[in-house]
Design a protein around this ligand. Structure first.
Ligand SMILES: O=C(O)COP(=O)(O)O
Length: 223
């Protein structure tokens, strides 16, 4: 049994389409889900997903960079309660520094904040980057942690395949059996992937799902 864990931005959905999921890709995933579990592991908040990925019905969403899972309309939080006090202190600090941010259910977002890379230092919290956007969260939270917690939740015992493109997918890659990079992935992601696809974004995800469904996957990676 395989479980596919896919990133969203620049993996399932492309920047050129404003990150709106194409119908073809949604259909492909919705059909795949009838046979194998498919989870979307994204830095995004639920409110954006509701707009961008209408019609997509994955097994579950792991949102806010691994903070919680959403499955069958139920939310499962992986964050400790003490984070919320700490988050208040961080928000105060950001306000004092005049830094713009937005707050999700768990994490703090710094959008278009590449100028702040390596400039903010926080205790008991980490900043993960996805291209020019930063995400502040408890040090133990990342996509890999969120996936691990989710696999425990559903008691999944099969093989996991992660597909992604960017820095915040590195921790996802560290926690899956096989790592797949879409063609448009950053070099650092391609360098650590077991398989680099010839296709970009959603076309790459569709290719991977076809490879699993047809068994072609066994020719390229040893499972
Ligand atoms: O930057 C974000 O919020 C989302 O990005 P991701 O789907 O690539 O994790």
């Amino acid at each position: 049994m395989f479980l596919v864990a896919s990133d969203y931005d620049r993996t399932l959905a492309s920047e050129e389409n404003g990150f709106i999921l194409s119908k073809d890709v949604a259909e492909k995933v919705n059909n795949f889900v009838k046979k194998y579990p498919f989870v979307v592991v994204t830095g995004r908040e639920k409110r954006f997903i509701n707009i961008l990925a209408k019609g997509l019905k994955p097994t579950a969403w792991i949102l806010e960079n691994g903070s919680f899972a959403l499955m069958d309309d139920k939310e499962y939080y992986f964050v400790e309660n003490d984070w919320f006090n700490l988050r208040e202190n961080i928000i105060r600090k950001l306000d004092e520094m005049g830094i713009k941010y937005s707050v999700g259910k768990v994490i703090i977002y710094l959008d278009n904040a590449v100028h702040l890379k390596n400039k903010i230092f926080l205790e008991n919290a980490s900043i993960e980057w996805n291209r020019s956007d930063g995400m502040i969260m408890p040090t133990y939270i990342n996509k890999g942690f969120g996936l691990k917690k989710f696999l425990q939740l559903i008691n999944f015992k099969g093989k996991t395949i992660g597909i992604g493109d960017s820095e915040n997918d590195i921790n996802l890659f560290k926690n899956v059996d096989y790592k797949v990079a879409v063609h448009n992935a950053l070099k650092e992601i391609k360098d650590i992937a077991d398989l680099v696809l010839d296709e970009d974004n959603g076309k790459g995800v569709s290719k991977l799902l076809d490879m699993i469904l047809t068994g072609e996957i066994y020719k390229v990676i040893k499972i």
